[in-house]
Ligand binder design. Structure first.
Ligand SMILES: [Zn+2]
Length: 158
């Protein structure tokens, strides 16, 4: 049996019935997409069951909305990071001096060849903007860009 991809797309009160077990009167639901299908509303227990059944590493112990929210946020950051890495190369220049006279390389993002890189603020802003235009939250955007910076800085040396 192939593992299902379980994605929590949103958590809100826009439905009150769990589409998995039929439970009604729910105050909030998680919109769950299985293997890229249209998201459907699940109650807490059912989200937790499918996460556990899908072998999600953080789905341990009892279900709670706070744990589900954490998983949903982590998934969003991961998606934002994937999207960010899929963007085409920005301009590559380097080494150049930044405003403090420190020599930096401007990131070659898509290819990210081994360079000690400091992203300049223009590229940093461009990536924030690109992520926000895709509907990613401020938090996911911030974390994905931080991840990009970390990865580029950690790679090789000039
Ligand atoms: Zn249910």
């Amino acid at each position: 049996m192939t593992a299902e991809t379980i994605e929590i797309v949103a958590i809100n009160d826009e439905a009150s019935t769990c589409s998995r077990c039929g439970r009604t009167g729910l105050k909030r639901v998680a919109w769950v997409s299985v293997d890229g299908e249209e998201p459907v509303p699940y109650g807490t227990t059912c989200v937790w069951r499918v996460l556990k059944a899908g072998g999600h590493p953080d789905a341990e112990g009892r279900a709670s909305w706070s744990k589900i929210e954490q998983i949903a946020e982590a998934q969003e950051v991961e998606k934002a990071t994937t999207f960010l890495w899929s963007l085409p190369d920005p301009e590559v220049r380097g080494p150049v001096e930044n405003e403090w006279g420190v020599e930096v390389y401007i990131a070659q993002v898509a290819g990210h060849e081994g360079r000690a890189v400091t992203l300049n603020s223009a590229i940093y802003e461009a990536y924030h903007a690109a992520l926000r235009s895709q509907g990613f939250s401020y938090r996911a955007t911030r974390e994905a860009v931080a991840d990009l910076q970390y990865t580029l800085r950690g790679e090789g040396s000039p």
